[in-house]
Design a protein around this ligand. Structure first.
Ligand code: NAD
Length: 249
C-alpha cells in the first residue's frame, strides 16, 4: 500500500514501542518519516533504516517543539501528518492516596502538555497548507476505569482525548483532521517495565481483554496508518479504540 506516498510525517516517541513500529509502517506506506525522541541514537538508527530524518527534541519544551516543526517544514517542505505519541507511565504506585504532586505534574507534562504543545505548533503549518492529519495517543483508560491505580496516567490520557475531540471539531472545516488513538495494553518496553515491577498486574490486566492477549505494536501502527491516511477522510474528533474488545465488554 502506498497510502502515505509524498507525505511528511512527524512521529514523537519514535525511538521505541508504538512510535517505532508506526515509523516503520508509515515508511512502508510511502511517507517521509521524521522520528522525534529524546533518544538520539535510536532515532538516528531509525532514520537510516527508513531513509527518513531524526530530530532530538524534548516534547515538553515549547521552544524546542516549535523549532522542531519549523525545521521539518524548512527541510522537507511540509508537515502532513503529526503522530503525537511520546509518553511515560508512572513507575511507582500511582494511586491517588500515594501520588505526590511532583509525580502527578511530571506525568501531566510529558503525556498531556506535550500533546498540547505539538498541536499548537503544528497547526499553523497545517492551516497554511490547508490540510493535515493529527493523531494523538491517548489510551483505553481515557474512556473507562481500568482499576490500574494509575490515576495521573489516566487523567493525562483523558485530557489528550478531550483536547483531540475539541481540536477535531474546531479545525474540521479547514481540512485538518484530529483523532485520539486509544490503544489497549500493548507489548512495548513501557508495558514490560510496568509489569516487571508488579508481575500480578499483567494477569489482572489480561483478564479484562476479551481477545486474551496484549496487542503487538505493529497492530497499533496499522490502525494509526489508517487514521493518518485519506482512507480515514471522514473521520475526525474520534475516539479510536484499538483495544482487543476491552471497552466493548
Ligand atoms: P515506550 O516507552 O516504548 O516509548 C515511548 C517513547 O517516548 C520513548 O522512546 C521515549 O524516549 C519517548 N519520550 C518520553 N518522553 C519524551 C519526551 N519528553 N520527549 C521526547 N520523547 C519522549 O512506550 P509505548 O508503549 O510505545 O507508548 C507510546 C504511547 O502509547 C505513550 O503515549 C503511551 O502512554 C501510549 N500507550 C501505551 C500503551 C501500552 O500498553 N504500551 C497503551 C495505551 C497507550
Amino acid at each position: 500500500m502506498n497510502r502515505l506516498e509524498g507525505r511528511v510525517a512527524v512521529i514523537t516517541g519514535a525511538a521505541s514501542g508504538i512510535g517505532l513500529a508506526t515509523a516503520r509502517r508509515f515508511a512502508e506506506e510511502g511517507a517521509l518519516v521524521v522520528g522525534v525522541d529524546l533518544n538520539t541514537e535510536a532515532i538516528e538508527t531509525l532514520a537510516k533504516e527508513v531513509d527518513g530524518d531524526a530530530i532530538t527534541c524534548d516534547v515538553t519544551d515549547e521552544a524546542a517543539v516549535e523549532a522542531m516543526f519549523q525545521r521539518v517544514v524548512d527541510t522537507h517542505g511540509s508537515v502532513d501528518i503529526a503522530f503525537n505519541n511520546a509518553g511515560i507511565s508512572p513507575p511507582e504506585d500511582d494511586s491517588i492516596l500515594e501520588t505526590g504532586i511532583e509525580a502527578w505534574e511530571t506525568v501531566q507534562r510529558v503525556n498531556l502538555t506535550s500533546v498540547y504543545l505539538c498541536c499548537k505548533h503544528v497547526l499553523p503549518h497545517m492551516r497554511r497548507q490547508g490540510k493535515g492529519s493529527i493523531v494523538n495517543t491517548a489510551s483505553f483508560v481515557a474512556v473507562m476505569g481500568a482499576a490500574t491505580s494509575q490515576i495521573s496516567y489516566s487523567a493525562s490520557k483523558g485530557g489528550v482525548l478531550a483536547m483531540s475531540r475539541e481540536l477535531g471539531v474546531q479545525f474540521a472545516r479547514e481540512g485538518i483532521r484530529v483523532n485520539a488513538l486509544c490503544p489497549g495494553p500493548v507489548n512495548t518496553p513501557l508495558l514490560r517495565e510496568l509489569f516487571a515491577a508488579d508481575p500480578e498486574r499483567a494477569e489482572r490486566r489480561l483478564v479484562h481483554v476479551p481477545m486474551g492477549r496484549f496487542a503487538e505494536a505493529e497492530e497499533i501502527a496499522a490502525a494509526t496508518a489508517f487514521l493518518a491516511s485519506d482512507d480515514a477522510s471522514f473521520i475526525t474528533a474520534s475516539t479510536f479504540l484499538v483495544d482487543g474488545g476491552i471497552s466493548g465488554a
